[in-house]
Design a protein around this ligand. Structure first.
Ligand code: ADP
Length: 256
């Protein structure tokens, strides 16, 4: 009888926990859409006044340059640069929140074509840095949102080229052999600067950029957050393995 009572108590605790979990899930989902909505409204409304500041600063530089001294012109130029940067950040935020609201447009997508298009778009940078791009075997055709998955490859491949000091840059794009039917684990590997272990999770946070990496060119720090959101909306996962100073491998899963 005591055992039965205990079992009853455990069952009721488990049920209560499940109830709580379901509630938390609903809350989380709601707060996600609220965050998307907030990001959209906030950034949309910020854009207009910012555009105004940008235009007025440009106007001042162009039309009043002769009555300003060098210092004045230089300060205005900084203002233009800063507003441009803020516009970039807002555009990233708008893009990020839009991803949470649009439906996925799923279709059979040949990833060889996707990656080729990305490489074509990046061809100037690839030539300039003489990066070697390796695709050890043909990529599969999968059902996904073509535009969004193109963005995943584009972000990861351009980061792989960007965050590297090596005279001989190297990027490999491929997928692991599936042990089960699906999902497929894709990867983008580089021999670049690598990421310290303590940052391996936080680089996926919005606007997170690692200190002292300005020499690798501009960026808003939204790329990986967007990549993560796209992968997760497809039901996949993303993670990174890296050896600081040696290189990084970004993995993500997608259903076949
Ligand atoms: P962005 O490139 O605009 O700064 P991302 O969100 O794409 O933003 O990346 C966030 C940060 O993660 C980068 O600023 C960089 O510090 C680090 N990072 C991303 N990809 C790599 C990589 N392949 N190797 C080393 N560091 C990387």
């Amino acid at each position: 009888e005591a055992v039965l009572e205990l079992r009853g108590a455990i069952v009721s605790i488990v049920l209560r926990q499940a109830d709580e979990l379901a509630k938390i899930n609903i809350e989380l989902e709601r707060s996600n859409t609220e965050l998307d909505a907030f990001a959209y409204i906030a950034s949309h409304d910020l854009k207009e006044p910012l555009r105004g500041i940008h235009n007025y600063s440009n106007f001042l530089i162009e039309d009043y340059a002769q009555i300003l001294n060098e210092e004045g012109v230089s300060k205005l130029q900084t203002l233009v640069r800063l507003t441009q940067r803020m516009e970039d950040l807002i555009n990233s935020l708008l893009h990020f929140s839009r991803l949470g609201r649009v439906e996925l447009a799923i279709s059979a997508t040949d990833l060889n074509i996707v990656v080729q298009q990305v490489l074509d778009l990046l061809s100037a940078r690839i030539e300039e840095t003489s990066a070697k791009i390796d695709i050890p075997r043909a990529l599969p055709i999968i059902n996904c949102d073509r535009v969004q998955v193109t963005e995943v490859f584009s972000n990861l491949i351009s980061n792989a080229i960007k965050y590297s000091d090596r005279p001989q840059k190297w990027v490999e794009i491929g997928y692991l052999d599936a042990e089960t039917e699906s999902p497929i684990v894709f990867y983008v590997r580089d021999n670049g600067i690598g990421i310290k272990e303590r940052y391996l999770d936080s680089i996926f946070r919005i606007f997170k950029r690692l200190h002292g990496q300005n020499q690798y060119g501009g960026g808003t720090g939204a790329g990986l957050t967007i990549v993560k959101k796209i992968v997760e909306r497809h039901g996949g996962k993303i993670w990174v393995e890296s050896t600081y100073g040696r290189g990084s491998t970004f993995y993500f899963t997608l259903q076949a």
